[in-house]
Design a protein around this ligand. Structure first.
Ligand code: ARG
Length: 585
């Protein structure tokens, strides 16, 4: 593995050293490079620096230019405006850098972090005995993409699927099963859909009895107590609900083309044993106080209706622990036992108040220290075409599976229309990759905190900022590479480049910088935007620069080289987002 310094970083480093040779107080960050329309880059940090040093910015800029020594890298550096530098790099530097990237396999020259941390990502957290709906989609998709990007930077990631597998509803379910043992076969299902339909049936039936029969209600309540006190028979039955649900979860995650590991499914129940201690510690430290029998944490700055402070309830007056207690215990586990340096929660914006309070309580208790960051990546709502929260025509929440099936079906229509040499099996396989990719990309290409419209027509459209557009771009490049027969993609740094080749080349070089930025900011939409722009720049390169009919063999090889690196970058970038790129479409 050989990591490559990006051109942006090289230019920056040279400018920074020329700058500090002129002004000793300048730092590496001072040149402030931007990509620019006028040249390859524009450095506009000199202005502020000159102001601070009470120097004339244009004069300072001119002195900096005189001190630059890197003949191979800079083609032109020109002082412009009030003291900007417009910078053009040489064609050779572009192709040399890209050739080094191309020689580095899947990593494309992207370095690994110097000091990787451990990020625990809490994502894809459905609830036991409940159907997954459109609301569970975003957490899974965004979490998986963030993880892909962070891993690629060298960060160590640990997944935590904080599934809802505990609570009073299990009293009702288990009691019903005790009284109707044949309702759920002792053997766990292997088919996900079957598993869910069994669970649904049991849920509905037990609910009906619970709502109509007071004696059953009382037995169900006692069953909760038995569950909490660890009664063996009760726990065994609880486990059956969990196992049956997991079969279902896995089937949906598989449909989503997402790998979920069993040892990372650590639900609310996993923190049961630690909750009494969490409560005891909080009370001893005075972080939590008794109020009307309950143990609560108060916050001055967090107020609800009537301007009354909203407390975080650690333990209810009846002694029961809830959602907050499990999350606080989970923080202790993640920081102390897993040695996390960052906690990331990919959870709906509607829970952001909960996390705000949980994080603050954990800080007061000293479980979250300055070295550990905690962030709730609070994503917005999925809306229907009418701009209201996404519902079926009958006004019900949309089952996630139905939605995915429909996306794949729509994708099949698109693939079939364009398919030239594909068999029916291939069409179906592509349809899954295109349909699921479309759903993921639509989610990932909008900034996560915003709501987005679930609009299948738009998602599978070939025009515009969609995954299908990117997948077609990739497949087209692969087809060109196949047609090139015999002619290999080989970099020719001695050639003079067309403007469109330069722009494409500079963008290709920025892949690693983009992934690092997107990962650090937990912003997959930045990577999505980069990839979309890559496909667009490739299209204009292809329009302006004949590849197979290039002027010379060298030019053809060099253009094939650009095609090949574009394809590999698209493939890798999409893979980090969890999206496939079929070789043919
Ligand atoms: N299972 C919860 C829900 O469906 C989400 C869990 C989020 N994670 C957490 N650590 N609280 O609403």
């Amino acid at each position: 593995m050989a990591s490559v310094t990006s051109l942006t970083a090289s230019v920056n480093a040279h400018l920074a050293s020329a700058l500090s040779a002129t002004l000793p107080e300048a730092t590496d960050a001072d040149p402030l490079l931007r990509r620019s329309d006028r040249a390859d880059y524009q450095a506009n940090g000199i202005l502020a620096l000159a102001k601070k040093a009470k120097a004339n910015p244009r004069e300072l800029a001119t002195q900096v230019v005189e001190k630059i020594t890197a003949p191979g890298l800079f083609k032109d550096v020109e002082v412009s405006g009030p003291g900007f530098l417009n910078i053009t790099v040489t064609d050779k530097a572009i192709i040399d850098t890209l050739a080094a990237r191309a020689a580095d396999g899947d990593r494309l020259g992207v370095p690994l972090k110097d000091k990787p941390g451990i990020t625990v990502i809490d994502y894809a957290q459905p609830n036991v005995a409940k159907e997954m709906h459109v609301g569970h989609l975003r957490s899974a998709v965004i979490g998986d993409a963030l993880r892909g990007m962070l891993d690629f930077t060298g960060e160590q990631t640990i997944g935590r699927h904080h599934i809802g597998d505990w609570g009073t509803q299990f009293g009702m379910l288990i009691q019903y099963l005790i009284e109707n043992p044949d309702e759920l076969s002792a053997e766990t299902d292997t088919d996900g859909e079957q598993a869910m339909s069994n669970l649904n049936r049991v849920y509905k039936a037990s609910r009906a009895v619970f709502d109509s029969d007071d004696a059953f209600k009382e037995r169900a309540r006692k069953r909760v107590v038995a569950l909490q006190s660890g009664d063996k028979e009760t726990l065994d039955l609880w486990q059956r609900f969990v196992d049956e649900s997991k079969v279902y979860f896995y089937s949906v995650f598989e449909k989503l083309d997402m790998e979920i590991r069993d040892d990372e499914i650590v639900g609310e129940s996993a923190y049961n044993d630690g909750m009494p201690e969490t409560a005891r510690l909080l009370e001893e430290m005075g972080v939590a106080v008794r109020s009307e029998g309950a143990l609560v944490v108060f916050f001055d700055e967090i107020r609800g209706k009537d301007d009354k402070p909203v407390p975080l309830i650690v333990q209810k007056a009846d002694g029961g622990f809830g959602y907050a207690a499990s999350d606080l215990t989970a923080i202790r586990n993640r920081v102390v036992d897993l040695h996390a340096t960052a906690l990331l929660y990919v959870v709906d914006v509607r829970q952001s108040l909960h996390f705000k309070m949980v994080f603050e309580a954990a800080r007061r208790a000293g479980w979250l220290t300055g070295e550990v960051t905690a962030h709730n990546m609070a994503y917005g709502t999925v809306l229907g075409a009418d701009g209201k929260p996404f519902k079926t025509r009958a006004g019900e929440t949309v089952r996630l599976e139905d939605l995915l099936d429909e996306a794949v079906q729509r994708a099949a229509e698109v693939v079939r229309e364009k398919a030239q040499d594909l068999t029916e099996d291939e069409i179906q396989e592509r349809a899954a990759q295109v349909g699921i990719g479309a759903v993921k990309y639509a989610d990932l290409s909008t900034s996560a905190n915003r709501d987005y419209k679930f609009d299948l027509d738009q998602m599978v459209s070939l025009n515009g900022d969609t995954s299908v557009y990117l997948q077609y771009a990739y497949a087209r490049i692969k087809s060109i590479l196949r047609k090139a027969e015999g002619a290999d993609p080989v970099a020719h740094p001695e050639l003079e480049l067309h403007a469109a080749e330069r722009t494409l080349g500079l963008h290709l070089d920025a892949f690693g910088d983009t992934v690092f930025e997107a990962a650090a900011e937990y912003a997959p939409h930045k990577l999505a935007a980069y990839l979309y722009q890559l496909a667009s720049l490739y299209t204009s390169f292809y329009d302006k620069c004949p590849v197979l009919k290039a002027d010379t063999e060298e030019q053809k090889a060099n253009r094939l080289f650009l095609c090949d690196l574009t394809a590999r970058t698209l493939h890798q970038g999409m893979a980090l987002l969890g999206i496939r790129t079929p070789e043919r479409l």
